[in-house]
Design a protein around this ligand. Structure first.
Ligand code: BES
Ligand code: MN
Ligand code: ZN
Length: 513
């Protein structure tokens, strides 16, 4: 799909279908809608007064061939009440409109940049939301459908965003280009997470990382199991020893143009390509979902692609330890003691707390880059879902400033997070009788004890952990989050990287709404 931005009037531009946003319950129409209303002898006003369509959020309504309008159709999309309208609702409305146009079997659509307005938000912000909404909403994973079914599927090939003022064209094009880079990165992540575990193996993750490196200008290094062994990655290899698939320790490096002055950020992502629980086998029910246990690692690959394409002025390193967690004859057993890359010994209480083991070695490895900050993403605990539900990630860490940066990004992107504490009382629960630390405490505060375990391997570097077990996957179908893999974390952390040096609150939305 291609997104083009060009100047032009809404009534004079030809298209299969225009998408227009409509606020709920307003007597006077906003600019693009007013133009359409006038050109159609008051048809829009009549529809709204009749009550057939009132602008209810995400409802759509099709108009056919309005007089004096060059476009063939108009898809009205409800924005809901003006006072509740946020960038996120605009993203959703654009997605919903695009999906409705696709479902008509059309291949092209047009939207005005004045689709919606939010006081204090520049038009470029609206354009980014529109472009993201369309690309994310139209996403579908059909690689494993038979070719016949795939051929029958409707696709939108071209999207045009119209700007009225030619002077704003360059900034508008730039906004659409950035949005497309980010949305494409989200799509890459969704593809990886959706892919079944018999195809998305650790080796597949490594191949994908190498492809991304080649096409986006990154350096990719993959450590083999024997190299990881030489370094002393006992935790990473401990998890891998129950599987026949060779583990892959993936490192991507992005070096910006003026590297000497750039801060270094390390992103670490958990990539368990399938989590059966290992010897501490999970119950069979719902186990198929555990193909998504590489969502953190996939997000890191996506973020690295976007960071390089956006030419972010930071040195960004992505570390993705990838392995399966299976109960083979050689698998770890409860009670085993293993030695991490940091030198700390770990008593295995349950082999199902495997994510923190592979991250322990990845976090220790991250220290080599002397980073200013480390951020990890992991589908770490079911307990985080119990605490915060399916739509919200848990955030924990050792640096309030870094946490605040992420909170700001959450507010701006609507990728929701909520902070949990890492007090010493919780770390106490991880004391082992035989080793330096054990890999699991009791049932209480499971998301937090997971975070406390990771903290032991972060040294003095400012560090934040995002537990994305809930939001990495959605069973609900939502406008720009179709059912399945969400790509959570990409929009959030690209925003953090884009605004790294900037101070202050970012306009757009209120915190954590
Ligand atoms: N990958 C799971 C966490 C998970 C569970 C993600 C459900 C998404 C949905 C993780 O490896 C795991 O099994 N965690 C255990 C930790 C416990 C044994 C300390 C858990 O949450 O039960
Ligand atoms: Mn597990
Ligand atoms: Zn897991």
């Amino acid at each position: 799909m291609k997104i083009t931005v060009r100047p032009g009037g809404i009534a004079q531009t030809s298209s299969e279908c225009i998408i227009l946003g409509i606020y709920e319950g307003e007597r006077s129409l906003e600019e693009p809608a007013r133009v359409v209303d006038r050109a159609s002898a008051g048809m829009l006003q009549e529809i709204m007064q009749s009550g057939d369509f009132k602008g209810e959020r995400y409802r759509s309504f099709l108009l056919y061939k309005p007089r004096e309008i060059v476009a063939r159709r108009i898809m009205l999309v409800g924005l809901g009440k003006r006072k509740d309208c946020t960038l996120d609702k605009i993203r959703g409305a654009a997605a919903q409109g695009a999906r409705a146009v696709r479902d008509l079997g059309l291949h092209e659509l047009l939207m005005p940049a004045t689709f919606a307005r939010i006081p204090g938000v520049p038009q470029t912000g609206i354009i980014r939301a529109l472009a993201e909404g369309v690309m994310l909403g139209l996403y579908a994973f059909d690689e494993f459908k038979t070719t016949n079914e795939r051929k029958k599927k409707n696709v939108i090939e071209a999207v045009t965003i119209l700007v009225e003022n030619a002077q704003e064209l360059q900034a508008a094009r730039d906004a659409a280009r950035k949005a497309a880079i980010i949305a494409r990165a989200v799509q890459v992540v969704r593809d990886l997470v959706s892919r079944p575990a018999n195809s998305a193996t650790p080796a597949f993750m490594a191949r994908t990382a190498k492809t991304i490196a080649k096409t986006s200008g990154l350096v990719c290094t993959v450590l083999s199991p024997s190299q990881a062994k030489k370094l002393g990655m006992g935790c990473f290899l401990g998890v891998a020893q129950g599987s026949r698939e060779p583990a892959q320790f993936i490192v991507l490096e992005y070096v910006p143009a003026k590297a000497q002055h750039a801060d270094t950020i390390v992103l670490v992502g958990k990539a368990i390509t399938f989590d059966s629980g290992g010897s501490s086998l999970k119950p069979a029910r719902g186990m198929e979902r555990m193909k998504d246990d590489m969502s953190g690692g996939a997000a890191v690959l996506g973020i690295m692609q976007a960071a390089a394409q956006l030419k972010i002025p930071l040195r960004v390193i992505g570390i993705v330890p990838a392995t399966e967690n299976l109960p083979g004859g050689a698998a770890l057993k409860p009670g085993d003691v293993i030695t991490s890359l940091s030198g700390k010994t770990v008593e295995i209480i349950t082999t199902d707390a495997e994510g923190r083991l592979i991250l322990a070695d990845a976090l220790a490895y991250a220290q080599r880059y002397k980073p200013h900050a480390i951020i990890d993403l992991a589908t770490l605990t079911g307990a985080c879902i119990t605490a915060l539900g399916n739509d919200v990630a848990g955030v924990m860490g050792t640096d309030e400033q870094l946490i605040n940066k992420i909170k700001e990004a959450a507010a701006a992107t609507s990728e929701k997070i909520w902070q949990l504490p890492l007090w010493d009382e919780y770390s106490e629960l991880l004391k082992s009788d035989i080793a330096d630390i054990k890999n699991a405490a009791g049932r209480d505060a499971g998301a937090i004890t997971g975070g406390c375990f990771l903290k032991e391997f972060t040294g003095k570097t400012p560090w934040v952990h995002l537990d994305i077990a809930g939001p990495a996957w959605t069973e609900k179908d939502r406008p720009y989050l179709p059912k399945g893999a969400t790509g959570f974390g990409v929009r959030l952390l690209v925003h953090v990287l884009e605004n790294w040096g900037k101070k202050g609150y970012i306009k757009g939305e209120k915190v954590n709404r």
